[in-house]
Design a protein around this ligand. Structure first.
Ligand code: FE2
Length: 312
């Protein structure tokens, strides 16, 4: 008998998928792919271009204080231990490209979702593993693809906000769509009154409506989580419209009236944003990246060694 990924899927889940935050139960936290030994082995052979090691600060300190670093020369177990000590997160992006076994896990989840929701047409799926320190935070931000967060080990509080003003005004979403990164999204603590707060436990997965801003506070324990993301035809079209609207607003001082993803206005914007993407202005807008400026040195007291900054 085929093992199901989601233990508690019901027809109501299909109705709510994409429209409301949805918490489901899975069995990935019992997989041998997420033990310390398995993760340590994965870290030791992880290609540099696919991971991000970040030294964090708390919300309010400003994202500019975040630093990005490299692992070189440390054992996988030492890296995990350093993360357990605090102030770090390691994002093993694109784990589906690095190790076939994780790709199989991802495929099994998306296949099951497609069986349950025949109209769901995910493509360009990706999977990452996030290993993060006790009390680490992920700042308020919004992502462009459809997303889910799977808790494997440890506990974290996830706050999910509606993808509408004042949490996400159209002009902010357009800036995210243009730059491809969620830099400096305006956040106010009183937004939390409108958020759904979920304490995510091992064996739980959270999916939220497209672009819903979210932020994460780890409880006082090492966290291992998985992120999955996907595009669909409607998400792809939404992105095209947001890019076009952003350029019209920013470059032409025009206030976009429509976010339709069908009809003549959509096709005009699709052509317009395609032309813009080929322009030098598009390349400028996307050149936002943190330099690598430290090396993790778990055996040394300072733990983070300054190195000459470079871009990957
Ligand atoms: Fe996110």
């Amino acid at each position: 008998m085929h093992d199901r990924v989601f233990r508690d899927w019901s027809p109501q889940e299909a109705q709510r998928w994409g429209h409301q935050p949805l918490r489901l139960h899975h069995g990935w936290h019992r997989s041998p792919l997420f033990t310390d030994d398995a993760l340590a082995d994965l870290i030791e052979r992880y290609p540099e271009q696919h991971y991000a090691l970040v030294a964090t600060s708390s919300q309010g300190d400003g994202q500019r204080r975040w630093r990005e670093g490299e692992i070189r020369g440390s054992s996988g177990h030492d890296v995990i231990e350093a993360i357990r000590q605090g102030g770090l997160w390691l994002n093993l992006r694109n784990v589906h490209l690095v190790d076939r076994r994780y790709a199989c896990l991802m495929d099994s989840a998306y296949s099951e979702l497609q069986r349950e929701m025949p109209d769901f047409d995910p493509r360009a799926m990706r999977m990452g593993i996030l290993i993060s320190s006790p009390r680490a935070q992920v700042h308020y931000h919004s992502d462009l693809p459809g997303q889910a967060l799977w808790q494997i080990r440890g506990r974290k509080r996830v706050l999910v906000y509606p993808p509408t003003a004042p949490y996400l005004p159209p002009e902010v979403l357009e800036e995210v769509a243009l730059s491809g990164v969620e830099v400096n999204m305006p956040y106010r603590p009183d937004f939390d009154r409108g958020a759904l707060a979920v304490d995510l436990e091992p064996g739980q997965m959270l999916h939220w409506p497209l672009h819903s801003p979210h932020r994460v506070d780890n409880h006082d324990c090492l966290n291992v989580s998985v992120t999955t993301e996907h595009w669909t035809e409607s998400i792809r079209r939404t992105q095209m419209v947001n890019v076009a609207n952003g350029v019209l607003r920013r470059q032409f001082g025009w206030t976009p009236q429509s976010r339709a993803i069908e009809g003549p206005s959509f096709w005009a914007k699709a052509a317009f944003q395609a032309a813009w993407r080929r322009s030098p202005w598009a390349r400028q807008a996307q050149r936002l990246q943190r330099p690598i400026d430290f090396r993790l040195a778990p055996q040394k007291p300072e733990r983070l060694l300054d190195i000459p900054a470079y871009f990957r």
